[in-house]
Design a protein. Sequence first.
Length: 133
Amino acid sequence: NGGNPILCNLSDIQIVEDAEWASLIDNDTPIVPSDDGIMPLARGSLAPGKGYIYNSMYLTEGEVITLNATWSPSSASVSIGLWDDANNNGLLIPVSDGSGSAPFVINKSGNFSLIITNTSNVSIDWDMSYVIK
């Protein structure tokens, strides 16, 4: 995608249940990033049934990227995750109650973007940051 943000209809994007390039880490306690570890926030609004893919970056095998998102209204259904730029598909985890985090381990080096989707029937205002360890 050349690093340009993409606003898309959820029906137009391919979401996978699992992927060889990354996997969600089972983690009961969210990773709270230190102030110096937080990457710049992205903010925006998403209409119902829309997704936003942005911030393409190169990640190497073994790295862990933790996404942190907040949104309102908190009752809206939101998923966050990683987009594999090479294969053009996304690995998402549903988050609820207005905030959530999702740690992913990279299993195969490559270019990845961040993705947030609004699967509810109301528009949302959101922000998202990430930490790489």
